[in-house]
Design a protein around this ligand. Structure first.
Ligand code: ADP
Length: 267
């Protein structure tokens, strides 16, 4: 659970995000401790994926309409993330800053998003070589270790189209981990899978959680996984945190009516 003494690895400080007239995140503030596993739950449209997309720099925070209003900044590892410092002030980050900073964050998507024209090994080495600047041998050794971890050591030469959805998702997990991110973002990673393939992917993620100290932020409808793996569950509705707490307390004794209704519908 969060403590007051640790410096957070992630901090949202009064962040707004709009799409046109639609205000999706409304002065959202929260902190995540290093190594913490946080699950975001809540009805569809409550802003969960937008939070992950902001952390992946696939979206930008919306500037405050009133320039006097403070906040509106995402922080990572004690440094501004959505913004950068310029002459002592925070200004929106430019592409170069974002490119550098986002390499600390790995993401696994619902639809796997593997490179279809590359075999499994290259899917896991590509960014290591071209973004992290590692040598081919080092990248391949790392990829093989990670493919072993996700149970796909035998599949290095296969192309994604020859793999099941569950196997593709496990490659995507290996690919995200290959960059040694400090934060792993998981966006409904089992939603596109046939039910019989879900367990394998969740087992791999449990292994990752058990064997590493990586910080995890996870949007999921798998409440069993949320319960097992998370330190904290945050319930969202309308771009705000309705309630948060340890999974046992959240699932057995939710305090807010909206959490109770949501959990009744999904459990
Ligand atoms: P959740 O992950 O909780 O289902 P999202 O973060 O995906 O919610 O979406 C929050 C709201 O923002 C939804 O109403 C969604 O339709 C809207 N939204 C998300 N992305 C965009 C976009 N690129 N353009 C317009 N509206 C968007």
């Amino acid at each position: 659970m969060q403590s007051q003494t640790t410096e957070p690895i992630i901090e949202f400080d009064r962040v707004d995000k709009s799409f046109g007239d639609l205000l999706v995140l409304d002065e959202l503030s929260f902190r995540v401790d290093p190594g913490e596993r946080v699950t975001l739950i809540g009805p569809s449209g409550s802003g969960k994926t937008t939070i992950l997309r902001l952390l992946m720099t696939l979206e930008k925070v919306t500037p405050k309409a009133d320039p006097e209003r403070e906040g509106g900044v995402v922080w990572l590892e004690g440094k501004p993330y959505s913004h950068m410092e310029k002459k002592g002030a925070l200004v929106p980050a430019n592409e170069k800053w974002l490119r550098q900073r986002r390499s600390r964050v790995g993401m696994v998507f619902q639809q796997f998003n593997l490179f279809p024209n590359m075999n499994v090994l290259r899917n896991v080495t590509e960014a290591q070589v071209h973004v992290a600047g590692r040598g081919k041998e080092e990248a391949e050794a790392k990829a093989r270790d990670l493919l072993e971890l996700v149970g796909l050591a035998e599949k290095t030469g296969e192309y994604p189209s020859h793999l099941s959805g569950g196997q593709q998702q496990r490659v995507a997990i290996a690919r995200a981990l290959a960059m040694d991110p400090d934060v792993l973002l998981l966006d409904e990673v089992t939603s596109a899978l046939d039910p019989e393939l879900v367990a394998d992917v969740l087992a791999v993620l449990r292994d990752v959680a058990d064997t590493t100290s990586i910080t995890m932020l996870c949007v999921t409808h798998e409440m069993g996984f949320a319960r097992d793996v998370s330190d904290r569950v945050m319930m969202f509705d309308g771009g705000r945190i309705v309630e948060q707490g340890a999974p046992d307390a959240m699932f057995s004794e939710p305090q807010e009516a909206r959490t109770q209704d949501f959990l009744r519908a999904v459990l």
